[in-house]
Design a protein around this ligand. Structure first.
Ligand code: NDP
Length: 489
């Protein structure tokens, strides 16, 4: 007779007679290896964790939908999910901190991941961004080194401002991002009260084959709210899961957070003469030059039912494009196109895209077979090679990328533009008010007070001086030091 739905069973489906007492040789004797239920229980428990993400380990996820509100967007991209106002697409989002481990506190000064998976009718589109419009570096070759400086020192196993500021002071392209990070926005009040940005430049292609460069901005409908650093420190001790709890509870209470998605659209030819390199992820495009255009609204209305299955196994990758959306030559994006999917293959396996949270809701037809943990039918008996004479899935040439011209020598070279200063200067001088500038200076100085090597302090103050003498002098004063005389020349 088969087990009833409520009968406890082993993973292989056999009824379990006793789940409270292991089998021993006599009442007080040793445990028998014959207790296979005990062996399975302990062995499976040992394997409950998959490797934690090297970055963005601590996070929260939520389900929702995206609704297009602007019919004109279809003039710029043939992406089906953006084709007409009113069209809704189910989506999933994962918010995260970057540097901390899986159990780390939420209310720390750190960028926040803002990674959205749109389950479109033409496959999954993942927009894997942050709550900042720029990044610390602009070439993926520097990424592992940068992250080492945000993690633990190899000797002390402690977080070390000396490493962070050594790297930043030697990488002046980081100035824009560290200014945002040490501003009030560096510690958002909740995940609901921050903007999201695609950060990179992407390419849209429309039905006529015209291309446009795109920057994505998710503006929070809850308004921007940040945490005072002292309160944030206190919360980190009292409730390290403060942001996870806030998001879960808001959705549970029917208080569904939403964001308005806007884009900046640059005609393809403008890229050659824009005043900044439009593919350099340490730069923004001025809103005056390319105003924000509304696309639609994202609403989060459902909590995951099982955290591990839906959030820990979520595998978002900037390499998941749909027809009408393509990569740009951004050197940081180009690296991420490889590294995200590669991280998922390592963490959860070659078949991670078949897991329920990652599986496209449209048809998936390909010739990939086998691999660890193949549980989706593995293509059954269908043909597993192409070309074939047996009616296997066929290419659709209309979905080829838009060809683009490349020229020049293959070489390891930097971006041409080395103006790392004018955009953080605009933020410091024109966007921040007096109080915000004072708090920025204090936040910089607080973090830099942990730097042991005076050469690093002097070098960073020199870089700050190039952003603004007021900034350099303010930080130097807080650190009880001087702006070096030669810097002022
Ligand atoms: P705008 O005045 O049009 O835009 C300024 C932007 O700054 C707004 O989007 C505002 O966001 C945002 N902002 C305000 N305070 C902060 C902060 N502490 N950290 C990060 N962003 C903040 O000016 P421009 O487009 O000419 O840009 C000027 C400077 O503003 C840039 O150099 C850049 O540092 C910063 N910025 C620009 C963005 C862009 O895409 N152009 C995006 C974000 C920042 P909100 O709308 O929420 O108030």
């Amino acid at each position: 007779m088969s087990n009833s739905r409520k009968d406890l069973t082993t993973a292989s489906g056999a009824p379990v007679g006793d789940n409270q007492n292991s089998i021993t040789a006599g009442n007080n004797g040793p445990t028998l290896i014959q207790d296979v239920h005990l062996l399975e229980k302990l062995a499976h428990f040992n394997r409950e964790r998959v490797p934690e993400r090297v970055v963005h380990a601590k996070g929260a996820g939520a389900h929702g939908y995206f609704e297009v509100t602007n019919n004109d967007i279809a003039n710029y991209t043939k992406a089906d999910f953006l084709s007409e106002a009113g069209k809704q697409t189910p989506m999933f989002i994962r918010f995260s901190t970057v540097a901390g481990e899986l159990g780390s506190a939420d209310t720390v000064r750190d960028p926040r991941g803002f990674a959205v998976k749109f389950y479109t009718e033409e496959g999954n589109y993942d927009l894997v961004g942050n709550n900042t419009p720029v990044f610390f570096i602009r070439d993926a070759i520097k990424f592992p080194d940068f992250i080492h400086t945000q993690k633990r020192d190899p000797k002390t196993h402690l977080k070390d401002p000396n490493m962070a500021w050594d790297f930043w002071s030697l990488s002046p392209e980081s100035l824009h991002q560290i200014t945002i990070l040490h501003s009030d926005r560096g510690i958002p009040a909740t995940f609901r009260h921050m903007n999201g940005y695609g950060s990179h430049t992407y390419k849209w292609v429309n039905h006529d084959g015209e291309a446009f460069w795109i920057k994505y901005h998710f503006k929070t409908d809850q308004g921007i709210k940040n945490l005072d650093p002292k309160l944030a420190d206190q919360l980190a001790g009292e409730n390290p899961d403060y942001h996870l709890e806030d998001l879960y509870q808001a959705i549970e209470d029917g208080n569904h957070p939403s964001w308005t998605l806007k884009v900046q659209i640059m005609p393809e030819a403008d890229a050659q003469h824009y005043r900044y390199d439009p593919f350099d992820v340490t730069k923004v495009w001025s809103h005056q030059d390319y105003p924000l255009i509304e696309v639609g609204r994202m609403v989060l209305n459902r909590n995951p039912n099982n955290y591990f299955e839906e959030v820990e196994q979520a595998a978002l990758s900037p390499a998941n494009f749909v027809s009408g959306i393509e990569a740009s030559p951004d050197k940081m994006l180009q690296g991420r196109l490889f590294s995200y999917s590669d991280a998922h293959r390592y963490r959860i396996g070659a078949n991670h895209q078949a897991l329920p949270i990652n599986r496209a809701k449209s048809n998936v037809n390909h010739y990939q077979r086998d691999g660890n943990m193949r549980f989706d039918g593995n293509g059954g008996g269908s043909v597993n090679y192409e070309p074939n004479s047996y009616d296997g899935p066929k290419e659709t040439p209309e979905n080829k990328i838009k060809p683009f011209e490349v020229s020049g020598f293959a070489d390891s070279v930097s971006y041409d533009n080395d103006d790392h200063y004018s955009q953080p200067r605009a933020l410091f001088r024109d966007i921040m008010n007096y109080d915000e500038r004072e708090r920025l200076i204090k936040n910089f100085a607080d973090h830099m007070s942990g730097v042991r090597d005076e050469r690093i302090i002097a070098r960073q103050i020199k870089e700050f001086y190039r952003v603004s003498p007021d900034l350099a002098e303010g930080v130097a004063k807080e650190l009880n030091t001087e702006v070096p005389e030669e810097v002022k020349e």
